[in-house]
Design a protein around this ligand. Structure first.
Ligand SMILES: [Zn+2]
Length: 305
């Protein structure tokens, strides 16, 4: 069996650990910190493997669903939750395809609306509309027969708009063309809305929020001939007027409104505001360790309810 350990990350951490222990013995905290990181990740990895390989995850995830969120998928290495290297992306897709029941956002909604018990289903989503989603991620998804939902900021499509978060780190934003959006839809993926201009809905007057939401819905309808059913809140965070925005989204015909703060779909989840889990491969040695952290969310959810 292939172990899928991200040796690059492990090597990097071990190298850092050696450097620190050799050149700066006066900083025992750094030394200890690297050691704790490595030990912690190895333990998580092991626990994730036990969870999957014994099949225990099926029992624990009964009544739960998982929505993962990606942003840009890059040819280079992963960097935080906003840029996942395509090699890491493939490792996670192989893991999803092998061990988890992957479905679309619409299938998740229909499952919940039917009142059926969730069985740990996982839905894959992408935010913003990066060109690399069509160029690098879509071929990997096709290879593993995985469906996904692409939440696009429709004014970014076919534009040279530079996102503030990319400018900050000196990266040029490249967005999909309409043709690429249409091709994803034709390949059975879902296209969701993410406003037109990646509008911060907690900061603008309601009239602007409505125009951004309705406008993106109309754009997508014009491009793919189908009304989008899912809406992802730009920046993925909660804000005081979120319940009002969610109500507007429902009036506009969206079945789901998703955030991106981590957390699972719990039994009581209404098909309105759902949480998603951003994936940062650099924080784990392999998807098993990541899955163990997702598993820990079950307990967090129970505590919250
Ligand atoms: Zn976004």
């Amino acid at each position: 069996m292939k172990f899928m350990i991200n040796y690059n990350i492990l090597n990097k951490k071990v190298k850092l650990f050696m450097e620190r222990s050799g050149s700066r013995p006066s900083r025992p905290y750094d030394y200890l910190n690297s050691l704790v990181w490595i030990a912690g990740r190895l333990i998580k990895d092991l626990l994730g493997r036990i969870l999957i390989l014994t099949g225990a995850h099926r029992r624990y995830f009964r009544g739960r669903g998982i929505i993962v969120a990606f942003h840009s998928v890059t040819a280079g290495p992963s960097n935080g939750a906003l840029r996942c290297g395509v090699r890491d992306f493939e490792t996670y897709c192989r893991f999803f395809a092998r061990y988890l029941p992957v479905c679309t956002m619409t299938e998740l909604v229909e499952h919940v609306q039917r009142g059926a018990v969730l069985m740990g289903q996982l839905a894959i989503t992408f935010d913003d509309g990066y060109a690399d989603n069509a160029e690098l991620a879509a071929p990997v998804l096709a290879r593993y027969h995985l469906p996904a939902t692409f939440f696009v900021a429709t004014a970014f499509i076919d534009s040279e708009t530079q996102a503030a978060w990319d400018i900050k780190v000196g990266i040029r934003s490249r967005w999909m063309s309409r043709q690429q959006v249409k091709a994803l839809h034709a390949a059975q993926h879902e296209i969701g809305s993410h406003t037109q201009n990646h509008c911060n809905l907690g900061m603008v007057p309601e009239s602007v929020a409505v125009a951004e939401m309705a406008g993106s819905k109309a754009d997508i309808l014009a491009w793919i001939g189908q009304v989008p059913r899912h809406f992802a809140i730009p920046y993925g965070r909660d804000f005081p007027t979120l319940p009002r925005i969610a109500a507007i989204a429902r009036e506009l015909g969206f079945d789901t409104v998703t955030l991106c703060r981590g957390g699972l779909l719990a039994p009581a989840s209404q098909a309105v505001v759902w949480e998603r889990i951003p994936v940062s491969p650099n924080d784990y040695l392999s998807p098993y360790g990541w899955y163990y952290d997702v598993f820990k969310e079950i307990n967090l959810n129970l505590r919250g309810s």
